[in-house]
Design a protein around this ligand. Structure first.
Ligand code: KG4
Ligand code: ZN
Length: 364
């Protein structure tokens, strides 16, 4: 079974061809970074227009690299939400057009489900497993029970962890996107120089909070800048130390929450299983190292996709499509893209709207 995947929910235009046998035939990602960098963040209209300009060429290239023709496909999958809706529309309409023209099943993929299932593509992991999903828009702990069945164990009550990285980078005068820039700066920094708060540490539930941490960075930046006056910009070492101190605080919080989640998961499912981390922030090597230690302490191990499959890509969308197709699922061509689409809602009829299998039989 061969599936074409399309990802356009944020600032990456991506197309990939993946087989149900876990083979990535092609996986192309075109970053729009240069277009958004002058604005210090993603501009939705620019993103949508850029997806429109580049997507068809990228799909052609992905098909060529995979060495197949549209007739060889068994399905076309596209991110149908959550995300910046203009971009999501571009990907969904393109996928629907290919599906209609070639009479192929269309698969509307939840972007978070793409991240959640990536570890089954890379490592063939069985259900159930505990997932820490950390990206620019999301931070949640999820029990992954089956394709379409996700139980949210906890999540952020304010900012996502990637958002905290991006905002901290901005405060420190580091370039966009913030995550990789903070990680690089932190390598030269002293994580013990600034004592930043560890929100939610030790709490009985599995929630996160990052807005206070970001505010603490803002106050420190203002303080340091004032004492260094008239030098407005922070010196290099201070930036590195602030980045390292921020990253250490995030690591402590994620480790604490995951340690508790592993215990709760074991109680609920009678097995520990590996701790899986996915989403853009999972590309961070320091955090991966720390979570690996946490998992080992809890009698488990860490499974994390390679960094290129942690950040947004279309291989994960094609794979989620293959998983759904394998279970006889596909979506109607009038499926409406969803700007908001919680992972746990997929188990309900309203969450997925109507689904049909390739033979057209309704399976709600
Ligand atoms: O999953 P993703 O590519 O897009 C979303 O679905 O949001 O995640 C992007 C987020 C951004 O906030 C980015 O700063 C963060 O992931 N990120 C990182 C690293 N690489 C990307 N955060 C920390 N360390 C990194 N190395
Ligand atoms: Zn993502």
């Amino acid at each position: 079974m061969i599936v074409l995947g399309i990802e356009t929910s944020c600032d990456e235009t991506a197309a990939a061809v993946v087989t149900a046998g876990r083979e990535i035939r092609s996986n192309l990602v075109l970053s729009q970074l240069d277009e958004h960098r002058p604005f210090g963040g993603v501009v939705p209209e620019i993103a949508a227009r850029s997806h429109l300009d580049h997507l068809d060429g990228l799909i052609r290239e992905a098909m060529e690299q995979a060495g197949i023709d549209f007739d060889d496909l068994d399905g076309v999958a596209a991110t149908a939400g959550p995300g910046l809706i203009g971009g999501v529309f571009v990907g969904v309409m393109t996928a629907k057009a290919i599906a209609a023209a070639r009479r192929l099943p269309f698969l509307a993929i939840n972007h978070l489900e793409g991240h959640a299932l990536t570890v089954r593509l890379t490592d063939g992991l069985d259900f159930p497993y505990l997932l820490l999903l950390v990206s620019g828009g999301h931070c949640q702990l999820v029990a992954v029970e089956e394709v379409g069945c996700y139980r949210r164990l906890g999540g952020t009550v304010d900012d996502a962890v990637g958002e905290a990285f991006d905002k901290t980078a901005k405060l420190l005068g580091l370039p966009y996107p913030g995550g990789p820039a903070v990680e690089a700066a932190a390598k030269q920094g002293d994580p013990a120089r600034f004592n930043l708060p560890r929100p939610m540490l030790g709490r009985a539930n599995l929630d996160f909070s990052f807005s206070g941490l970001k505010t603490a960075v803002r106050h420190l930046v203002a303080e340091v800048a004032a004492t260094d006056a008239p030098k407005a910009a922070l010196d290099r070492q201070t930036v590195a130390d602030l980045a390292a101190s921020f990253q250490a605080a995030v690591a402590d919080v994620l480790a604490d929450r995951c340690q508790r989640a592993l215990a709760i998961f074991r109680q609920s499912y009678g097995q520990s299983g590996p701790l899986v981390v996915a989403g853009g922030v999972a590309a961070n090597q320091m955090l991966r190292q720390r979570l690996a230690e946490t998992a080992a302490t809890g009698g488990s191990c860490l499974l994390a996709p390679p960094p290129a499959l942690c950040t947004d890509n279309a291989a994960m969308i094609a794979w989620a499509g293959a998983e759904r197709l394998n279970r006889g699922l596909s979506d109607p061509l009038d499926f409406a893209p969803k700007p908001r689409w919680p992972l746990e809602s997929l188990a309900t009829a309203e969450g997925r709207a109507q689904q049909t299998n390739p033979k057209g039989v309704a399976v709600l």
